[in-house]
Design a protein around this ligand. Structure first.
Ligand code: ADP
Ligand code: MG
Length: 615
């Protein structure tokens, strides 16, 4: 029998390698932009068609390539960045494996024009599926321009796997920002289908952040700087007041390369301590500079995890540097719970890692019929602190670092075996009491029930919104003074993607220039909200749900809107409002839980009470 092992042809090997290096247009963008940086460019222009599916072009002002280098660059393991194994321990460039161009050329039609600084002429190379189709001398500007056309044209499975243009574009924008932020002295621009999405002039890191995230960042950024023998830290954190509920603005750059580090994220988060509401994330843009010898460079270039030699020390330096900055800039703890509020404080980290609804401690001295004369004056104070505590108690901690098992809808559904609707006598409705501006107490035949006002209202709004969606009956209230809202580029893309659904919710919005929408109208019944805060809150909640649930668009929007608009705990309600809430709750299809599966009602039977009084 003949031997059966043979070497794969290069084109096949390259195509296989490409699967690892290039998953989607954004990965090709990353590789090309990194090459342009490594070439010492002062200006990098990214041009896209159809979110990179049809065209990705990067034009740089870097060193360019000789004719031989230009051809060589498409070979596998062809790199100018290292020569010997030792070089690996001093690597400062973005690339060094020499596989990006070879991989890309295996799965696309590539056209490269390049001219070295000082050379008379340039060179054009056209390559398709690893095969050189054309090579000629041309006149071209100094630097390099690489165009990748029809990515995955010969790998239909991959091509079909690509998401919608707006999703792919958001991935590209993420990669673009990851390269642009740590290199503020380089000019960058991004053009998509003939519109300029970013135009970033060279400047300081602060200016760079402002041109990416909006000029409002001017007052939000707190500088952080620390020089130690092990690590140099430089960058900014965002003031805690502007913390977000969704992740997205957490940037670590290690030797100018974007990295993810749950461990270091924890250091930052802990530096903020109680300054952040418990369900929010610190935002930061931090550059760490370490000796390349002290990090594990053997990580895959497309991966963003890193191993440090001095992980613990870096953690400690980072934490103290941020604490120092927050202190220097007078951002000291401002939360001040009153005595009573402390009762509701829960430890941030439950021992078993699962959040349970807290059981209600019955205050033996509490008499709902007695009104406390001092309570009115304390109301607003309590409203504030209660809200903080409320959010602590019930919000989901989506913090990846702590990797909590979040209770899923199924197991948090309460088993309720009584039909409360029948038990809730008309006559009893008058006797509802509000407890701590959070809970509504009401009689039922067999005892009493406690309704969580915020959760109940969320449920009511959620079902109403879903129904409005289905019946296309959302009512829009036109704004007297239309407002504009400026978003960051990826939120802008998200709103564009959700435009028709957001309209169906009752918003009337239209695009208004770069990254900006104009709000002409808002859903009826939202008069008390500021229209841009309302829309911003909707996007925030939507993104949070997206991370946690991957639910369908409309369902997610309904949830987000309901959470956004619900009466918050801490709000005092009139008898009438409480009755209306109870009525509406029991008119719901699923009154017993919030849209995210937390209970809305709990009951205490007379038997329970009898036992407590040892009757
Ligand atoms: P790596 O970046 O890991 O070296 P690549 O496949 O990305 O591997 O690139 C191969 C080589 O081609 C690089 O080492 C560099 O010498 C050259 N090269 C690629 N892009 C450019 C560019 N924009 N300008 C100058 N040289 C480039
Ligand atoms: Mg490279």
């Amino acid at each position: 029998m003949s031997d059966i092992i043979h070497l794969l042809p290069d084109s096949v090997a390259n195509q296989i390698a490409a699967g690892e290096v290039v998953q989607r247009p954004a990965s090709a963008v990353k590789e090309l932009m990194e090459n342009a940086l490594d070439a010492g460019s002062s200006k990098i222009k990214l041009i896209l068609k159809d979110a990179g599916k049809t065209l990705i072009q990067v034009i740089d002002t870097g060193c360019g390539m000789s004719e031989t280098d230009a051809r060589m660059s498409f070979e596998r393991h062809a790199t100018s960045k290292i020569r010997k194994a030792d070089d690996l321990f001093a690597i400062r460039t973005m690339g060094f494996r020499g596989e990006a161009l070879a991989s890309i050329a295996a799965i696309a039609q590539v056209e490269m024009k390049t001219r070295r600084i000082g050379d008379e002429t340039g060179i054009l190379i056209e390559i398709e599926g690893s095969e050189i189709k054309n090579q000629e001398t041309i006149s071209s500007p100094e630097g390099t321009s690489i165009s990748i056309k029809n990515l995955f044209y010969n790998v239909p499975a991959r091509r079909n796997f690509l998401k919608t243009d707006s999703v792919e574009l958001r991935h590209i924008i993420d990669e673009f920002q990851r390269v642009a932020i740590p290199n503020p002295s380089v000019a960058f621009s991004l053009h998509h289908n003939n519109t300029e999405v970013f135009h970033l002039e060279p400047g300081t890191m602060k200016q760079r952040l402002m041109s990416i995230f909006g000029s409002s960042y001017n007052t939000r950024l707190v500088p952080v700087e620390e020089d130690t023998a092990i690590v140099k830290i430089k960058g900014f954190v965002i003031k805690p007041d502007f913390a977000k509920k969704t992740r997205g603005e957490q940037f670590f750059f290690l030797n100018k390369r974007f990295i993810k580090s749950p461990y270091l994220h924890h250091a930052v988060q802990s530096a903020f301590e109680q300054l952040l509401p418990s369900d929010s994330f610190a935002s930061y843009f931090l550059m760490l500079d370490v000796d390349p010898k002290t990090i594990d460079i053997n990580i895959h270039p497309t991966k963003t995890e890193v191993k440090f030699e001095d992980e613990k020390a870096i953690y400690a330096f980072l934490r103290s540097a941020i604490k120092k900055s927050l202190g220097q800039f007078n951002i000291s703890p401002s939360l001040d719970f009153d005595q009573e509020a402390h009762l509701y404080n829960m430890p941030l980290k439950p021992i078993d890692g699962i959040y349970k609804q807290p059981t209600i401690k019955v205050d033996q001295n509490y008499n709902p019929f007695k009104t406390d004369p001092s309570s009115a004056s304390k109301d607003s104070e309590r409203e504030l602190s209660n809200r903080g505590n409320w959010e602590k108690m019930y919000s989901r901690h989506a913090d990846n670092q702590l990797e909590f098992e979040i209770k899923k809808e199924e197991d948090s559904q309460q088993t309720i075996n009584t039909n409360w609707d029948n038990e809730l006598h008309e006559s009893n409705k008058k006797s509802t009491y509000q407890l701590h501006n959070k809970y509504i107490l009401s009689h039922i035949k067999t005892g009493f029930m406690v309704i969580d006002q915020q959760g109940a209202h969320e449920r009511i709004l959620y079902e109403q919104i879903l129904e409005n969606f289905e019946k296309h009956k959302s009512v829009t209230q036109q704004e007297l003074f239309p407002k504009t809202i400026e978003l960051n580029a990826s939120d802008f893309e998200l709103v564009k993607e959700l435009h028709s659904e957001i309209q169906a919710l009752g918003f009337d919005i239209s695009e208004f220039g770069k990254n900006t929408f104009i709000i002409h109208g808002v859903p009826a019944d939202t008069a008390e909200y500021d229209s841009s805060t309302l829309l911003e809150g909707l996007i925030e909640n939507y993104k949070q749900n997206l991370l946690e649930l991957k639910s369908e668009k409309r369902e997610n929007l309904a949830r987000s809107m309901a959470r956004n608009m619900a009466i918050k705990s801490g709000k005092s309600l009139t008898q009438e409002e409480m009755n209306k809430l109870i009525d509406e709750l029991f008119a719901c299809k699923m009154p017993y839980s919030t849209p995210s599966g937390k209970p809305t009602i709990t009951t205490f039977s007379s038997d329970d009470l009898d036992k407590r009084f040892k009757k």
